[in-house]
Design a protein around this ligand. Structure first.
Ligand code: SF4
Length: 157
């Protein structure tokens, strides 16, 4: 009999030290991942496993590349073409607390912020949302959630 192992993102994320992000990839000055010219941070880990996901390598919650919030911040602001930042994935909201700190620093530098998510906004506002969701929402100028985008762009679309 075939069994499927359920991944608990919360348990997996314990391995990510405070002040760090588990990142799948990074692009500078993208014009295809939101309005204008943007840095794009792809977070590692998504439990949804959508059948039409273009980016299944983002599903694993194993550590991929650990980048400190400070280093990510410096990387993004180093390129003056970056008018804003997009968080995609994987699922950004499983790393919401760290992303909220990063977004706050970027906004103070004048960059705008957005995120794609496989959650609905309703779920992110609920008491059982992933830790730090409200803090991250407070720092975002734009959220594209699962109710808007059938296949959340958490992927290289
Ligand atoms: S499409 Fe987005 S939400 Fe769905 S599995 Fe891929 S990264 Fe996750």
């Amino acid at each position: 009999m075939k069994t499927t192992q359920k991944i608990d993102p919360l348990l997996s994320l314990i391995a990510v030290p405070p002040g760090y992000l588990n990142v799948m990839g990074y692009w500078d000055a993208s014009e295809e991942n939101g309005p204008g010219c943007r840095a794009v941070v792809w977070l590692q880990g998504c439990h949804r496993h959508c059948s039409d996901c273009a980016n299944p390598q983002s599903w694993s919650f194993e550590l991929n590349e650990l980048i400190s919030i400070d280093r990510m911040f410096r990387t993004i602001v180093r390129n003056p073409k970056n008018e804003g930042v997009t968080f995609a994935g994987g699922e950004p909201f499983w790393q919401a607390s760290a992303l909220a700190l990063l977004a706050k620093r970027l906004k103070a530098e004048g960059l705008n912020t957005m995120a794609y998510t496989g959650f609905t906004l309703e779920r992110l506002l609920a008491p059982y949302a992933p830790a730090g969701s409200q803090a991250l929402l407070d720092q975002l100028d734009l959220v594209v959630d699962a109710s808007v985008c059938k296949t959340p762009v958490g992927c290289f679309l």
